[in-house]
Write a protein that binds this ligand. Structure first.
Ligand SMILES: [Zn+2]
Length: 218
């Protein structure tokens, strides 16, 4: 293992622990990965943030052939599918965060009810149709729902974020959970206003002008 991979493994464990500390992830339900050489590093199946160590991360090629003693997360398929389909993506985060999952269980997308929805790259966060976890059918649905986006919901399951860096994928997941919480709170009282495509295009344009990206604009 070279120094870069060792540092990457440390950063991935730090992010996994952070998801748990922020209550975006519980036990071993979520997972995260990072592109690494001709494949990816991913959290192993069945291990929570309190017990996982850098050496426990599993390297896989994009077809799922693994190097290492532990089995990868059973959800590695859609991570690999995203890296294959989207060369600009280097990190994928998946959680069953409470509010994103609640919206996903309603099988509803997150519309442009707030300008920060643009953090995911467009005027909505789509909800991929339900498929059994760990299947090729789910992988295809995730790639489709993520088209031109950095996040999507998975019907009756959870949420996915992905970006060029692990830090950005984490920021998008944190923001998505917060937005879903606000949206559900608004829905409980009435029908929130929805920004028009033109209004969202203005937000996306303005985000582009901020050196540190969309989240810094908040
Ligand atoms: Zn899951």
């Amino acid at each position: 293992m070279n120094a870069d991979e060792a540092a990457l493994r440390e950063a991935m464990i730090g992010a996994f622990v952070e998801l748990d500390a922020r209550e975006l992830n519980r036990g071993s339900s979520g997972n995260l990965s990072h592109r690494c050489g001709e494949g990816l590093l991913i959290t192993p199946t069945g291990m929570g943030a309190g017990e996982i160590e850098p050496a426990d991360l599993v390297w896989l090629d994009f077809d799922g052939t693994r190097r290492g003693r532990l089995a990868p997360s059973s959800e590695w398929h859609f991570h690999a599918a995203l890296y294959r389909a989207r060369p600009e993506l280097n990190a994928v985060v998946h959680t069953h965060a409470t509010h994103a999952t609640a919206l996903a269980c309603l099988r509803r997308e997150l519309p442009a009810f707030h300008y920060m929805v643009a953090v995911a790259g467009g005027d909505s966060v789509r909800c991929a149709p339900y498929h059994l976890f760990g299947t090729e059918a789910l992988s295809h649905a995730v790639v489709e729902a993520m088209r031109e986006r950095k996040a999507c919901l998975l019907a009756t399951h959870g949420a996915v974020s992905a970006a060029g860096t692990l830090r950005e994928a984490m920021r998008v997941m944190i923001e998505l959970e917060s937005l879903c919480r606000s949206y559900l709170a608004a829905l409980a009282v009435g029908a929130p206003g929805i920004l028009s495509p033109q209004e969202m295009a203005e937000v996306i344009e303005k985000f582009r002008g901020y050196g540190q990206g969309p989240v810094a604009a908040a």
